[in-house]
Design a protein around this ligand. Sequence first.
Ligand code: GDP
Ligand code: MN
Length: 381
Amino acid sequence: MRLLEHQGKALFEKVGLSVPSGEVARTPAQAQACAEKLGGTVVVKAQVLAGGRGKAGGVKLARTPQEARAHAEAILGMRIKGERVQSVLVTRAVDILKEFYLSITLDRAQRKPVLIFSTQGGVDIEEVARTHPQAIARCWLDPLLGPSAYQIRGVLYESNVDQALFKPLHAIILKLYQAFAHFEATLVEINPLALTPAGELLTLDAKVILDDDAAFRQRERATLGEEAAQDPLEQKAQQAGLQYVKLDGNIGIIGNGAGLVMSTLDVVQLAGGKPANFLDIGGGATAEVMGKALGIVLSDPQVQGLFVNIFGGITRGDEVAKGLIAARQRLGIHVPMVVRLTGTNEAEGRKLLQAAGIAPVASMEEGARQIVDDVTAMIAK
Ligand code: GDP
Ligand code: MN
């Protein structure tokens, strides 16, 4: 999970890094109010997951609250690398003497975190990496010990940074590593880490990628997720442990395995239908999971038909059938439903379905045609 700048900064503040104060605004009027509260010059910054916002015109200095409002007006709704800007961060502007680059990321090839530092940070860091690779110092870290004092000194010596900054930079690197380890990130990046004329070092930008495989033990993340997953059904599915993506059609799709669900979407589309969602119940799903999946798909008011496509491997056909039957009774499915069931315990599953008055189709193509026909007929009525 990639975080927005203000979310990343919130994590950085928790480990004691210095971040200029700021607030998120969703309208130009809110941006103006934030600027008034902060006083003085502010920066209005697009909150999108894409990088390179500065170069795309998504980061603007504003000397007055009116100017902040005008910048917010221009930035909100603009697209940066295809991503629409829905909020801006308004922060106190900082005088910058120098821009440093600092990050810790997971080097999968080395199976270790790598610490990267450069005195030539800022918006052109990629260019620096290409043309002056020697201006970027790296050091691989022991995943159990984290950065040791001699490693940090080594990186700073190599970077030719002013020795007066060794001590504060050392402290910042340790805090950043703490954020990396504690929040189980695969990347924590500060670019720029700004040196002010007063000699302060401030975190002006934050790029954080959290390891999704650690989500189950990272309670603090729950509050971050709310903003990331905006669709309420997607949120509900996430809580149920299901992979669900809302689409804009009217035929609900449930399958097991991402590949199968993707091809089901294609086949339904080929048959002239429009899928309402992607929903993968995963391998080994039980009757209970199938029930939850149906509940989520059917609470989408756009859904006018349902195609359940199960290829049983570790998922058992009889379990799927039981789940479908129980859910139908409980939810009172009011739209046409087509089921294709094959693989493990297929015969038992089909028998159960037939006894409940649901005739399973023989193939995925047939199922797609059938549901498209059923839905078309229902709409025509
Ligand atoms: P990015 O382009 O998406 O990486 O966005 P950043 O947050 O890094 O901002 C881009 C650039 O805007 C920075 O490299 C700075 O040069 C400039 N910038 C950001 N915040 C400030 C600030 O408080 N004061 C000044 N003077 N410049 C800033
Ligand atoms: Mn940046």
